[in-house]
Design a protein around this ligand. Sequence first.
Ligand code: SAH
Ligand code: SF4
Ligand code: F3S
Length: 442
Amino acid sequence: MDITGNRFYFILSYGCQMNQSDSEHYAGQLEELGYGPTEDMEQADVILINTCCVRETAEDKTLGKIGELKHLKANNPDLIIAVTGCMAQEWQDRLFERAPHIDLVIGTHNIHKLIDMITERQAQGRHLLSADMGAPAFHDLPTKRFHKFFAWIPIMNGCNNFCTYCIVPYVRGREVSRPMDAVLEEVKQAAAGGYKEITLLGQNVNSYGKDLDGKIDFAELLRQVDKIDGIERVRYMTSHPKDMNFDAIDAIAECKKVVNHMHLPIQCGNDELLRRMNRGYTVEHYMELVDYARKRIPDLVLTTDIIVGFPGETEGMYLDTLEFLKRCQYDMAYTFMFSPRTGTPAARMDGQIDQAEKSRRLQGLMDVQNVYSLEKNKAMENKVYDVIVEGPTKNDAHNWFGRTTGNKMIIWENDGTTAIGDTVPVVVDKGQTWVLKGHLQK
Ligand code: SAH
Ligand code: SF4
Ligand code: F3S
């Protein structure tokens, strides 16, 4: 609270874009209650931590952060601390035992309950938990978007795939597609509100519509979204190689606003390991999709996720993954060490690999991928790319940055001629492993 009695909220979001989107729905509810945003935790009357539990490191980071809040609560007993999201769903009331200064724990299907829970907490002074998963996945909730030009649009919630390492299906529940009308309506509103780029979100966007009536699928959704005036770019996250198909690739290729960036997680480059991960495709099937996508989508930017150290991963299997990186030549790979998650089949599998070996494999993987990341970015030198200006970089206010349709980040020296949200042409001067340097084309 400030001296004039204004009340504030502070939201910290971990995890994937789905959590970012949920955080915007939490923020929308807090604003409806009369709270305003603050960057200063000490000033906040509500602190909400939206959590992820996909790997142990994510949980450790969150528990550390929750610990840091203890003194704020001691100084201000009226402060409300809410822990939400996937880790809240997984831990439920164990979070109160771990950190008694938490006021509210809200699971992934109870986002809409925030206002009632804050009111009840203030009236009754008890901890409150809401984590049943029976509630509908989508609600008509107030939204406070965190960006002015980029909008997250959830198209589905949950996951049915049960990859053997993954906790997401347990904490997000079964796949539910959001009705297409609701998606299109939200995109239209975003367009009317001046948003230039939207990202269609789901754990497996390629299975969109399987639970809806009629012939609605992801390709059809893309085609409908593409028709909406006012939006410049349409992104989508995340694709699954089991459900991605040629028709969806055709739609991506044909729809002018749909970007040339595809994130298609392979996880590993060995069929036996893919089978044990329950991924539902082979390396060859994956490669067929990539070959077709590269044929249909000029300048395709391809990124992926890879896990090393899955139980039973032999040196030979690991080398298959390295070979696959060479074969597929990704623009970038997000690389992870297998993290056993309680309740998932892989956590109980034989052949768990020790930490030192996982680290070695991760390093080896990054060493190989970095060669291709650099090569791909160098190939962009002396070419011109349109970027949407995002503003100054974190480290240097003179350097501004934006992203290409392929989601590559380009940095240039700001000369005051562009504004945040402008779409401007930038010439790439230097491609580096993680980022590109350039200058505004005059
Ligand atoms: N739904 C998305 C990704 C969700 S999680 C998809 O299927 O592609 C994002 C990434 O985290 C996964 O692609 C996987 O590479 C990684 N991941 C998930 N569970 C993990 C675990 N237990 N240990 C290490 N990495 C994991
Ligand atoms: Fe997890 Fe697999 Fe579902 Fe992705 S597809 S969220 S990795 S279970
Ligand atoms: Fe994490 Fe939940 Fe996303 S576990 S990756 S925040 S769906």
